[in-house]
Design a protein around this ligand. Structure first.
Ligand code: SF4
Length: 289
């Protein structure tokens, strides 16, 4: 068993067989978890068969790296590019010609949508970004992860969900039978708002054709909306994420599971279990179809 992911799965399975309902990383240091997740080779493709369930991560996942006060919610992990997906990171590009929402909605493949997005001038964030963070992952994924917007590390790397929150996201996904390589990951906004301020309505409006086309082309069977902004934006509501999570939702006909953002879990470790439970709901959606 040389694959680090197999080792992690075996560890999780063992804890479950011991009757433990909580995943406690007392035998894995944060650096070991990070190494497992960062250095692991690609996992097998996600199948549609019911996945093995493992013990729920608990608040003691706070053994993972701690959040730094003031850290924006949208700072993710910096790992290797995802095999079998769109190439990353992109080179910084100057804004190109304006492309209408209608044109974006008619683009036939993700690579073309991405190409247009990388030079997008549709809102003011084009002037302050370093990279457009279009998204990455399996382009035929059953599961689409949607976050809020790029943070500093994402803006620098051109990749979504990098940094410590991204590591926790990877662990949470893996513990629920979803390898990062098998999901498609993107944000509502493709460019970083300065100082990680909240996205503005006009920016969301300008950027939404990209997300909509991503959903149409990937055709996920379930969407995981991480964080209040992603859930509220996709659902068109101002209901709090605390009230949204646990409810059945849809985005344009696709089942949507609202849950807490991994960065928020780093600040509130007790929420990790809630996220894990929400991931089981996503699992149920896939298994029921
Ligand atoms: S945030 Fe979206 S709409 Fe605005 S410039 Fe970036 S890609 Fe274009």
């Amino acid at each position: 068993m040389n694959d680090p992911r197999d080792l992690l799965r075996a560890y999780l399975r063992q804890r479950r067989e011991l009757g433990e309902e909580e995943l406690v990383l007392d035998r894995l240091s944060p650096s070991e978890v990070a190494a497992l997740l960062a250095d692991a080779p690609p996992a097998p493709a996600l199948t549609r068969a019911p996945a093995e369930r493992v013990a729920a991560p608990s608040a003691r996942v706070e053994a993972a790296p701690r959040a730094v006060p003031g850290e924006p919610e949208t700072h993710r992990r910096a790992g290797a590019p995802v095999p079998g997906s769109t190439p990353h990171p992109p080179s910084p590009r100057a804004p190109a010609a304006y492309v209408s929402a209608e044109e974006i909605s008619s683009l036939p493949v993700l690579s073309q949508v991405r190409e247009i997005a990388l030079g997008c001038p549709r809102c003011g964030l084009a002037k302050t970004r370093t990279h457009v963070v279009f998204g990455e992952g399996r382009e035929t994924a059953d599961v689409m992860v949607v976050g809020e917007a790029p943070g500093q590390e994402e803006d620098r790397s051109g990749r979504p969900f990098v940094g410590r929150a991204g590591k926790l996201l990877d662990l949470l996904l893996l513990s629920s039978g979803f390898a990062r390589e098998d999901v498609y990951i993107c944000n509502v906004l493709k460019c970083r708002p300065p100082q990680n301020r909240n996205p503005q309505p006009d920016e969301v409006d300008a950027c939404s054709p990209y997300l909509l086309r991503q959903v149409e082309l990937v055709q996920p069977r379930v969407i995981l909306a991480f964080g209040a902004f992603a859930a509220q934006t996709l659902l068109g509501t101002d209901v709090s994420i605390g009230k949204l999570r646990g409810t059945r939702q849809q985005y344009r006909g696709v089942p949507l599971v609202p849950t807490y953002h991994p960065a928020a879990c780093l600040r509130h470790p007790a929420w990790v279990r809630s996220v894990w439970e929400d991931l089981q709901r996503a699992r149920d959606v896939l298994d029921a179809a």
